[in-house]
Design a protein around this ligand. Structure first.
Ligand SMILES: CC(C)(COP(=O)(O)OP(=O)(O)OC[C@H]1O[C@@H](n2cnc3c(N)ncnc32)[C@H](O)[C@@H]1OP(=O)(O)O)[C@@H](O)C(=O)NCCC(=O)NCCS
Length: 198
């Protein structure tokens, strides 16, 4: 049964020690150290700041209102539980000890259990440093390792940076769905992209 955030908190320190995995360590072009690793309960406040900063700048993501610490805690407890159960691959980007990026691939259900649905966000000040590319390369590698056959994502048509990075990694554009997202300015198009892993 899924745990509440409170129940999760009670055992998280022990779990974190057991399950934290480092995927790689790199030097950024500005000299800072980037670590890609699995998320842990102690990342809660960094992850809260990250999602709310990206919401505040009205970036091209689906979440469009700030979340409370309690909502983020509930979400993180579910996220960590899904990672432990092998349903989700989670990769966070840590620069100089602070989590500045978060990404995931979540396995579909039933007839789509060979499909991974991908999402990624990086804090504004940390973009265009190659972090997104590294995180996506890691997600692709880990998805292959987990036996997934196909990765799928939805991106705002206006999000030219994200579309460029996904294309660079080999993702193909399947279709554009008119008006699938609603921004302040009005309805906007979404592009569905996919990457075959075999
Ligand atoms: C999209 C995102 C994950 C990419 O991560 P990133 O760390 O900024 O990406 P990288 O630094 O690895 O690569 C950026 C690339 O985009 C290019 N780029 C930057 N701005 C661009 C633009 N407006 N149009 C096209 N390409 C652009 C850069 O030149 C670089 O290209 P290169 O690798 O060929 O040199 C990140 O910018 C982000 O989180 N954005 C806000 C949230 C978001 O859009 N999430 C995705 C939702 S689907």
């Amino acid at each position: 049964m899924l745990q509440t955030a409170g129940e999760y908190r009670a055992t998280s320190l022990e779990r974190g020690r057991n399950t934290m995995k480092k995927f790689g360590e790199y030097q950024l072009s500005d000299g800072r150290r980037l670590v890609l690793r699995t998320p842990r309960w102690e990342d809660l406040d960094d992850l809260l700041e990250l999602i709310n900063s990206v919401v505040e700048e009205e970036a091209d993501i689906i979440v469009n209102r700030k979340v409370t610490r309690e909502e983020e805690a509930e979400w993180l407890a579910r996220f960590l539980t899904n990672i432990e159960k092998g349903r989700t691959i989670g990769v966070v980007a840590e620069v100089d000890g602070k989590v500045v990026g978060n990404s995931e691939v979540t396995r579909g259900a039933g007839a789509q259990s060979h499909v991974g649905f991908l999402g990624i966000i990086i804090a504004r000040e940390y973009r265009d440093l190659g972090i997104g590319t590294r995180m996506l390369e890691t997600l692709v590698e880990e998805s292959r390792r987990a036996g997934l056959r196909l990765l799928v994502l939805d991106v705002y048509a206006s999000n030219t940076r994200a579309r460029h990075v996904y294309s660079k990694l080999g993702f193909m554009e399947a279709e554009t769905i008119p008006g699938m997202a609603c921004k302040k300015e009005g309805y906007t198009d979404i592009v569905r992209m996919y990457l075959k892993l075999d």
